[in-house]
Design a protein around this ligand. Sequence first.
Ligand code: SER
Length: 357
Amino acid sequence: MTTAMSPTPSATSRHTSGRQRTTAALVTGAGGEMGHGLIQTLAAEGGRAIVALDIRELSSEIRSSCDAAFAGDICDEGLLSRLLAQYEISEIYHLAALLSTRGEFVPETAHQVNVVGTLNMLKLAAEEARTHGRTVRFFFPSSIAAYGMATLAQKRAAGRVAENQCLEPITMYGCSKLAGEHLGRYYERHYRLLAKDRMEKPIDFRSIRFPGIISADTVPSGGTSDYGPEMIHAAAQGRPYGCFVRADSRIPFMTMPEAVTAIVGVMRAEKSVLQRQVYNISSFAPSAQDFASLVLREFPGAIVTWEVDEKRQAIIDSWPEDIDDAAARADWGWKPQHDLASAFSGYLLPRIRARYE
Ligand code: SER
């Protein structure tokens, strides 16, 4: 189903059918946590239409920031053709994915959505580039799940890992994110390598490996880093929380506004400064106990217990305790806005309190 919203003034081009098409940024997985934050920022930037695609109907709040919203599957060719009949896609933010916990219940579905879905979007981008003779910029959110360490001892010994280390993920989500990174590199540099009529660099592929992300406005579902945001949102609602990982579990996290700032930062960077296609970024790397201590201090009466799920724990134990983001800092000026304390005091607490009051 398509819901056309009133288009903002934007550039237009002529489709092969002769019809005018509006130049747009396409955001897949638009109804998810990251889409929620990103779409508002892209809408505020202005300059081109925003077309949202999600498996579900979008909330009216997100829809109101978009020029059009398409509900359907990223693997549905008919839907994608209808979208392309109306819009010329100049950049893609491909956020649709099944996260790490959900993916372990339905790994083949995770592959279908995360890998085949990504391939479809890359193909769409390459075809758009070919039609218009203009490179399409493509953002792909990768994850710390792309890393994998076999034991907790290895994780502790590895410390902060750089982009090319420890790439043996243990989850289907991690495997599919790593596959997506490779596909993006292939489409940018080598797509149709032997074809006589190939286009050089149809895609400008940019990717960030995100840590766990905490939003004050939404609660994640289906991820394994969810214990951080779940603990905070539960305490703010006066609900006890049974944390599914050990108190000493440690992975990197950041706030959603930092993640959105990073996406815009890497997407607006001059290509000439980008030495890589895939970048680590990191803000703070607390233990689950660090989260609990802050939650107990800020919400007197909060109850946090440790109800470890050994299998989800194994996933967290396979992810690095922190990641080295020196390349992102040097190349495109990435800088975190928060440490754990300021993430709580300056962002999470005021907004979460207001939300649940
Ligand atoms: N938030 C993701 C997950 O837990 C990791 O990037 O699956």
